[in-house]
Structure formats: C-alpha cells, structure tokens
Design a protein around this ligand. Structure first.
Ligand code: PEP
Ligand code: MN
Length: 263
C-alpha cells in the first residue's frame, strides 16, 4: 500500500483543509512539550506569525529518564485545543500507548507516532483503526524499509493518511544528537507516494544547525518541516538546546520560502 506500484501519483493528505504533500510546503512548529497554558499560547502565536500551519507540542512525552518532565497529559491536550481555537492552527501531538489513542485522537488533528514507537506494531494497528491522519517518525535505528513497513501497518488497517517524518538516526557521530538522513527524503519519495517531512530539531539536537538543515531539507524535496520553537529555550523543560526562539523561527520561514520558490 505504501508503494508507487499501488498508487503512482503523490498522495496529498487533507488535514481539515490543510494539504500535506503535493506542491505546497507544510510547517509544523511549537515546543517539544506543552509546559503551561501561557507557554503554549505564546508559542502558538509565534509560530502562527511565522507562517506555520500546524502547532506541535507533546502532552505525553517519551523521555529517556523517568525523572524528566513526563508531560501534562490530558490537561496538555486541552491547552492544545484552546490554542487551535485561538489561532486556527492544526494540532499535531504524540500518542505513546494504545490506551491513550482515543483521548489523543479526540483532541489532535494529526496523531504522531514517535521514533521510539515506530515498531510498536500494536500501536500502529491502533492508530490505523482510529482513522486520524498519522505522522510517523522514523525509528532511531530503523532502516528505510522498516520505516515503510511501519507505514504499511497503519495503512493495512484502512487508514491511508500517513505522513512520513525523517528525524535523524543513531550513528557513531556524537557532535549531533542524531544524524539527519536527508537522502531518506529522496529515497522514500522514489518508492512511495506518501508525503515526507523533515524534523531537523531532533535530527541535529543543536539549534544553530536547524536553519541550515531546514534549507537543505526543502531543497531535497521535503513536503514540510517539523521545528521545535520555544518562547524561552533556555528555560524549556525539554529539548531547549534544539529549540528556536520565535525570531529565529521567523528567519527560518523566510529562508525556506525563498528556496521553495526556486523549485
Ligand atoms: C518529539 O517530536 O517530541 C519527539 C519525541 O520526537 P522523536 O520521536 O523523533 O524523538
Ligand atoms: Mn523534542
């Protein structure tokens, strides 16, 4: 189902009137985690002003340490819904387990399956059955074929609205948090009709690298970007080092618009 043998032309996923894939460039931006109502609304206004179509923000966070901030859960989802009402932005947020699929789907426009869950096959089947558009991140150590098979699991349940997201893979390199594999954009698009977006925030882990890699992603043919933006990155409860200030995000948006226009 993921292959171009099944469907030759590029898929365009309609998210409540916002197309993902096809000619335009879609930008999903916002904080790593929903931390408070003020932090989220400020982030939403900033990414809206920059020109994003989606607000991202995790309410359920898959953290490496159990002592790190785990997310506001349903309270965070309520804040995301409020931000959508205030700004008109679409909401993308992560679901980390099968039990919370219904509640996340009740609030989100797109449900995100994170890198750590890319091969959680039961979760893939559950989001497939739920029917909401799915943003499927590439696993930390997943090959392109394993990633495509994960999408196949979702589509096999009858849900064809899958957006692929390259977010870097683990290699020997440790200057960056992950190694952003931009060749994956061209590779997936060569064999699959699904839209592919790029997350240079998790892909590099370093805010200074996010703008250049965003430019490169758009030049490589990505259908969109996922960018972490925080009103005050130094105080972020998660991923501050890779988060852009609103000013930096506005600069990124001007740069990528210029590149998208050249293509
Ligand atoms: C995220 O987008 O907040 C996230 C946890 O990303 P990943 O699953 O790519 O690590
Ligand atoms: Mn993050």
């Amino acid at each position: 189902l993921v292959g171009r043998e099944f469907k030759h032309e590029d898929s365009v996923i309609d998210v409540g009137g916002v197309p993902v894939g096809g000619d335009g460039l879609v930008v999903m931006a916002g904080p790593c985690a929903v931390e408070s109502r003020e932090q989220l609304l400020e982030s939403a206004e900033a990414v809206k002003a920059g020109g994003a179509q989606f607000l991202r923000g995790g309410a359920y966070k898959p953290r490496t340490s159990p002592y790190s901030f785990q997310g506001l859960e349903e309270k965070g989802l309520e804040m995301l819904a409020e931000a959508r009402e205030k700004t008109g932005l679409k909401i993308v947020t992560e679901v980390v387990d099968i039990q919370s699929v219904p509640v996340v789907c009740a609030y989100a426009d797109v449900v995100q399956v994170g890198a750590r869950n890319m091969q959680n096959f039961q979760l893939l089947k559950a989001v497939g059955k739920a029917g909401k558009p799915v943003l499927l991140k590439r696993g930390i150590a997943a090959t392109i074929n394993e990633w495509l098979n994960a999408a196949e699991y979702v589509m096999n349940e009858g849900n064809y609205s899958v957006i692929m997201c390259e977010r870097g893979i683990r290699t020997f390199e440790n200057f960056t948090r992950n190694t952003l594999d931009l060749s994956a954009v061209a590779a997936v698009k060569s064999v699959s009709h699904l839209p592919v977006i790029v997350d240079p925030s998790h892909g590099t882990g370093v805010w200074k690298l996010v703008r250049p890699m965003s430019r490169a992603a758009v030049a490589a043919g990505a259908d969109g970007l996922m960018i972490e933006v925080h009103p005050n990155p130094a105080e972020a409860l998660s991923d501050g080092k890779q988060s852009l200030t609103p000013e930096n995000f506005a600069g990124l948006m001007r740069e990528v618009a210029g590149i998208a226009n050249l293509m």
